[in-house]
Design a binder for this molecule. Structure first.
Ligand code: R5P
Length: 283
């Protein structure tokens, strides 16, 4: 049985179609005091329950814990938790004295309600160590090639920092042609980044900027602006996790993006491809 969180309903349905498991009847209610109540309709037999929930908000975290508990109450033999996007995953260490390792705190809480965890492209692979149960990682970047226009001109697949170059290579390899390069990025604050371009010639070429997450859109909008200044033919953005917080979408449009493509680890209007087949492979 596939049990989707409220933020992952389309992915849950895609996963049910992919695996042949049933899609649970789920409801997401709130009490007058604001507390949540996510529940599953009383199934006759559960067997394995796969809870799929992108924890993009604090509320989604609570909902996930409730759904894990609900399927145990319903008699599930095994609970698998799929975090298509792991909220707090970028806080994988204490950056200042006195700060929590938030990814660890969240991972411990998630571990209490499950036998196994599956993460899709965590920002830092090291977060898998924070779970107290077995944790598998699914790499989905290669799926981002499919929705790209097929006739890109002399394409360059570019990561906005050295950390994402492996993603850019995966998308290029799946696309089948093109070069790979990366920019240097320095982050000054949550919303301010400084991009230092490489020497790669981009004039007249289509450039696909590849990253794991678009959050505030600062990284991508700076990259798009640099590339448009250098007369790229078209600048496309692709990412695994389209968080698109605050005004991220408008920032990218204002910077002159040609197209935006993402997976369904977070369900947004830029979602163009599903990670369901890749997740189904490890279930
Ligand atoms: C950071 O290293 C990540 O790979 C992304 O570049 C970052 O999360 C994007 O954040 P934002 O959209 O806020 O610039």
């Amino acid at each position: 049985m596939i049990v989707p969180g409220s933020e992952s309903q389309a992915l849950g349905a895609a996963l049910a179609a992919e695996t042949g498991d049933s899609l649970a009847e789920v409801s997401y209610e709130r009490f007058p005091d604001g507390e949540r109540m996510a529940s599953v309709g009383a199934p006759e037999s559960v067997g394995r329950a796969v809870v799929v929930a992108a924890t993009t908000t604090d509320a989604a975290h609570v909902e996930l814990l409730q759904l894990q508990d609900a399927v145990r109450e319903a008699g599930a033999d095994e609970v698998v938790t799929v975090l298509p996007y792991m909220g707090y995953g970028r806080q994988e260490r204490a950056f200042e004295p006195g700060q929590p390792v938030s990814a660890r705190a969240v991972a411990r809480a998630v571990s209490t309600g499950t036998d196994r965890v599956v993460l899709v492209d965590p920002h830092e692979a090291s977060v898998t160590d924070f779970f107290d149960v077995p944790c598998d990682v699914v790499r989905a970047a290669s799926r981002l090639a499919a929705p790209l226009p097929s006739a890109l001109t002399d394409p360059l697949f570019l990561s906005p920092d050295a950390g994402a170059i492996g993603l850019a290579e995966s998308v290029r390899d799946a696309y089948g042609r093109g070069a790979v390069d990366y920019f240097e990025k320095v982050r000054h604050s949550g919303t301010e980044v400084e991009i230092t371009p490489s020497d790669a010639g981009v004039e007249g070429r289509d450039v696909v900027v590849v990253d794991d997450i678009v959050a505030t859109g600062s990284t991508m909008s700076e990259s798009i602006a640099v590339l448009n200044d250098r007369e790229a033919a078209g600048v496309y953005v692709t990412c695994v996790h389209p968080l698109f917080a605050r005004s991220a979408r408008a920032k990218l449009e204002r910077a002159g993006v040609e197209g935006i493509y993402a997976t369904d680890t977070i369900e947004r209007d830029v979602t163009a491809v599903s990670v369901a087949p890749a997740v189904a492979d490890v279930l």
